[in-house]
Write a protein that binds this ligand. Structure first.
Ligand SMILES: [Zn+2]
Length: 698
């Protein structure tokens, strides 16, 4: 049912590999296989279980233990410690405690009492669903194709028609203890069933062995996909209404729009963006039924918890593209969306509901262009977009064979503002100091650039690295991705002395993350020559990189920061030599002085917009430096009449504090000036040089 051609779902089970596995390992193996294909279950969605006989740690007797995916995590990457383990005997005793549907939430607090072997992994809300199904191995998946059937107006009749009695069906009910008892009833009364469809939610399947359970799950999903494909009305979504813009224009428009939009929705919390224009998204945003279908909202709880029920449809006509008109319409349209969301909250809230949450949209659909998604961090934004792709697939499937129906509003609200969900949110760790911030680091492949990037990432920022050296940049990106994850790091090879390339860097940063908050201008060179031997070429090279390059990056970042209206911080990495004249380095010293003064000028113009600009002056950061690797080191050694190997010791001993200055020391200072720790400082210079009296500022 996907518009993109994909290989059919096939079993990846390897009997030889499975032969040596214990039951828990088989459960893990099956879970990883299922979670590796997003058509089988969405990211973080679904869970698996096995009932296993194990020795009780106290009595040594064999007891039945439920292994079930615990709270949090994703099946594709889960490890054994991601499963919670519970005594089946105790889970069965719980039935005596149950006081009815209205009080089912209180059962959650009993689950820890059923823990087997002191396993610290918290049991998920779906635990009773797995426990009470009267089968050894149980899968609960959220495949788009099955949710499509579950979201049809005539879901029950379709289930019967497609699966000819092999699957049961239960009407919509919020997952919880009571649904577990209902699943028990159906699975016990119908021994021939292979699984159950839950209306508006997803699929349960089961088997006597891990392998048969896995293969049943796959077979059911395949059957649903094939049936929908063979029986769908064409074309989907009422057919194509408009032609998508060419890829380059789509990306350019998104890059221009994202900082503007981000500024409007980040007043209370900085948001990060994601752009998605895959074939599924384009088919939907170019279709006749875009607006009415978007208004219906997503149906599966897993989807709308990530995407909000309704997306925001941006007013844009790709046949008469008018960016200014689009921007002009945004404020009112966003205000309408927020008012609508608050009205939904007021209509549905209960006496004990948590306070209304951020009312801004998460998903933005732009006709002819694609989809933007914004959330508090990059991974959440990306995943929200992927969930909306799931929702599009569900709408295509359901409307292709029947009529798609969203979840009743009150039911959706009760899930979104469920006290148990709220408790989960409250348990989340406090955001880091640079959470939601986007940093651009020039000279990102060098020692200081990488140390700065590493520190900003550790503090929660996303980082775009740029450098002129492709190999070094690729390696830096690889190393930083390893430390911080793929969502937070991106790189672009560019020459910061080219106006066009600098514009490209900023556009790429906006497109990848949504805008820019922190510019760390750090690209550098150094040269050394007596005045008479300083060629115009040496002079110009210093001016190009250290002055023109800083001007171009500063100007481009300034424009976007001003548009975003979220303030911003620029840190220029200059040098002691910008303050202290040094013999034999006039081209370098002069350029560094200009760089420092440029920072002050931008600080002056930036202040009314909350844009701060400060300077860090390193001195003699030799370790990890690509500047100090080559000729410069030789030149400085010669000019100081020492051996190249003694350069570090020479500078250390020359400093007042007798310390070597390391890239990490510079990173610490950059972080201070980039973060709100220095919120009231602009136009300043911070020397990080282990003490040099000549460089004292005055
Ligand atoms: Zn589910």
């Amino acid at each position: 049912m996907n518009v993109t051609q994909q290989a059919p779902i096939t079993s990846l089970w390897d009997d030889a590999a499975a032969a040596t596995m214990s039951e828990p390992e088989l459960l893990l193996y099956r879970s990883n296989l299922l979670g590796s294909d997003l058509r089988i279950t969405n990211f973080g969605g679904g869970n698996t279980s096995a009932k296993v006989m194990m020795a009780d740690p106290l009595s040594g007797e064999q007891v039945e233990v439920l292994w079930v995916k615990g709270s949090g995590g994703d099946l594709g990457s889960i490890k054994l410690d991601g499963f919670s383990t519970l005594y089946m005997s105790k889970l069965n005793e719980l039935k005596g405690r149950y006081r009815g549907l209205a009080l089912e939430d209180e059962m959650v607090a009993y689950l820890p009492h059923c823990t087997f072997n002191l396993n610290p992994r918290a049991a998920s809300i779906d635990t009773p669903l797995h426990a009470y199904i009267d089968r050894k191995h149980v899968d609960h998946m959220h495949p788009d194709s099955l949710i499509a059937i579950a979201a049809c107006a005539s879901s029950k009749a379709l289930t019967q028609k497609i699966f000819e009695g092999e699957l049961g069906w239960l009407p919509w009910q919020r997952p919880g203890y009571d649904l577990g008892l209902k699943l028990e009833e159906v699975s016990k009364a119908n021994p021939a069933l292979k699984g159950i469809i839950l209306e508006g939610h997803g699929l349960f399947t089961w088997g006597d062995t891990a392998k048969s359970c896995y293969e049943t799950t796959l077979a059911i999903i395949k059957r649903a996909e094939e049936w929908i494909a063979a029986n769908s009305k064409q074309p989907a979504f009422g057919g194509q209404a408009i032609e998508a813009l060419p890829a380059e224009q789509r990306a350019a428009l998104a890059a221009k729009l994202m900082p503007l939009l981000r500024g409007k929705i980040s007043r209370d919390e900085f948001k990060l963006g994601d752009f998605n224009d895959n074939a599924t998204v384009l088919e939907f945003v170019c279709s006749r039924d875009l607006k009415p279908l978007a208004a219906l909202g997503t149906s599966c709880p897993d989807h709308f918890l990530r995407t909000k029920i309704r997306p925001f449809v941006v007013e844009f006509d790709p046949l008469n593209p008018d960016f200014d008109k689009l921007v002009a319409s945004l404020d009112q349209a966003l205000e309408d969306y927020r008012a609508d969301y608050r009205a939904y909250y007021d209509r549905c809230k209960r006496d004990n509901s948590p306070a209304v949450r951020d009312a801004n949209p998460i998903i933005y659909l732009i006709p002819g262009v694609g989809m933007l998604s914004f959330a508090k961090d990059k991974a959440t934004a990306r995943i929200a977009g992927e969930f909306y792709v799931n929702a599009i697939n569900v709408m295509r499937g359901a409307n292709g064979v029947d009529t798609y129906v969203g979840l009743p509003e009150q039911e959706a609200f009760d899930i979104e503002y469920w006290l148990l969900e709220e408790a989960k949110l409250q348990r989340m760790p406090k955001p880091k100091s640079l959470a939601g911030r986007i940093a651009l680091v020039t000279g990102g492949a060098g020692g200081i650039g990488q140390a700065v990037a590493r520190q900003l990432l550790q503090e929660g920022a996303c980082v775009m690295l740029t450098d002129i050296d492709p190999e070094a940049l690729a390696q830096a990106k690889k190393d930083l991705t390893k430390a911080a994850g793929k969502d937070s790091v991106e790189s672009i090879v560019a020459n910061i002395t080219s106006e066009e390339e600098v514009e490209n860097i900023l556009a790429a940063t906006s497109l990848r993350f949504g805008g820019i908050d922190l510019l760390i201008s750090n690209a550098g060179i150094a040269s050394s020559a007596p005045l008479e031997d300083t060629t115009l070429e040496i002079w110009q090279r210093n001016q190009d990189i250290l002055v023109k390059g800083y001007f171009l990056a500063g100007r481009a970042a300034f424009r976007i920061m001003k548009q975003q209206k979220l303030g911003g911080s620029m840190v220029f990495v200059a040098s002691k030599n910008g303050l202290v004249a040094s013999a034999g380095a006039s081209a370098y010293c002069t350029a560094k002085a200009a760089e420092i003064h440029l920072a002050r000028c931008i600080a002056l113009e930036g202040a009314p917009h909350g844009i701060r600009v400060n300077v860090v002056n390193p001195d003699a950061v030799i370790r990890g430096s690509r500047i100090w690797d080559g000729k410069w080191k030789q030149e400085r050694a010669q000019s100081n009449k020492i051996e190249a190997d003694d350069v570090e010791a020479f500078y250390r001993d020359r400093s007042m504090l007798k310390l070597s200055v390391l890239p990490e020391d510079i990173a610490e200072a950059v972080y201070f000036l980039a973060s709100s720790k220095s919120a009231k400082s602009t136009g300043n210079i911070l020397n990080v040089d282990a003490g040099n009296a000549a460089a004292f500022t005055r």
